[in-house]
Ligand binder design. Structure first.
Ligand SMILES: C[S@@+](CC[C@H](N)C(=O)[O-])C[C@H]1O[C@@H](n2cnc3c(N)ncnc32)[C@H](O)[C@@H]1O
Length: 209
C-alpha cells in the first residue's frame, strides 16, 4: 500500500487541524457520550491531528494508528497536554500490528470513509477487540435519500476523493458495520452544516460477541 505523502498530505493535515474547533462544536456532545463507554486499553485508528484527545478518560492507555506523518506531527505536538499513556504506531488499519483480543475498545471518527478497504478494517477491529469489547464510531455516509445532499455527493464524488486522499462520500458504512458487528447501535444524524456532501453521519457503538 502506498504511503501518504506530498503536498496533498500536508494540505489535509493543516485542513483537519484548522477544523478542530468546528469538530468540537459539532461532534462534542456526541463524543462525550460515546467516549464514556471506553475501557482502559483503547485503540484509535486514523487518529489524525489528535482531535479526539480531549475526550479520553484520564490515564487511558491509548494506542493511535495513523499512516500520515503530517497528521502525526500535529498529534505529537499536543499529545503531552493530556493525562494519557499514549503509544503511536505509523501504519494502516487494514493490517493492525496487534495480537487478537488486545484492546477493550476501538475508536474511529471520520476514518472509514478514507480507508482503502472498510471491510478489512472492520474485521481487523473485531479481531483486536477483546470479547465484549466496544467499538465506537462517527462517520459520514452516503445520503439515504434522493435529496440535495445526494446530488452534491454525485457531483463532487470524484474531485472530493482526489483532494481528500481517498475520502469517499458515498460509502454505506452503517450497513457494513451492522453486518460485521450484529450487536450495534447506529443512529443516522443529519447535520445542517456548510459542508453539505458530508451532512449525513452515523454515530454509534458496537459490541464484539
Ligand atoms: C478525516 S481524517 C480524521 C482524523 C481523526 N480521526 C479526526 O476525527 O479528527 C481521516 C484520517 O484517516 C487516516 N487514514 C486514511 N487511511 C487510513 C488507513 N488505511 N488506516 C488508518 N488511518 C487512515 C488519515 O491519514 C487521516 O488522519
Amino acid at each position: 500500500m502506498e504511503k501518504t505523502c506530498g503536498c496533498k498530505s500536508k494540505f489535509n493535515a493543516v485542513f483537519m487541524k484548522n477544523l478542530e474547533w468546528y469538530m468540537h462544536k459539532v461532534y462534542g456532545d456526541f463524543k462525550r457520550e460515546l467516549f464514556n463507554k471506553l475501557g482502559k486499553d483503547v485503540l484509535e485508528i486514523g487518529a489524525g491531528t489528535g482531535s479526539n484527545l480531549p475526550y479520553y478518560k484520564p490515564w487511558t492507555n491509548l494506542t493511535a494508528v495513523e499512516p500520515s506523518k503530517d497528521m502525526l506531527n500535529f498529534f505529537l505536538k499536543k499529545a503531552h497536554n493530556y493525562p494519557l499513556n499514549i503509544y503511536i504506531r505509523e501504519g494502516y488499519a487494514e493490517n493492525l500490528p496487534f495480537e487478537d483480543e488486545t484492546f477493550d475498545s476501538v475508536v474511529s471518527t471520520l476514518v472509514l470513509c478514507s480507508v482503502k478497504s472498510p471491510y478489512k478494517v472492520l474485521n481487523e477491529i473485531k479481531r483486536v477487540l477483546k470479547p465484549g469489547g466496544t467499538f465506537i464510531f462517527i462517520e459520514h455516509v452516503k445520503s439515504p435519500k434522493d435529496d440535495f445532499v445526494a446530488k452534491t455527493q454525485d457531483i463532487l464524488h470524484k474531485s472530493w476523493k482526489w483532494l481528500f486522499e481517498g475520502c469517499d462520500l458515498k460509502r454505506e458504512t452503517g450497513k457494513l458495520i451492522s453486518s460485521i458487528f450484529p450487536k450495534s447501535k447506529i443512529k443516522l444524524v443529519k447535520f445542517n452544516s456548510p459542508f453539505i456532501p458530508v451532512n449525513y453521519h452515523i454515530i454509534g457503538y458496537a459490541e464484539k460477541d
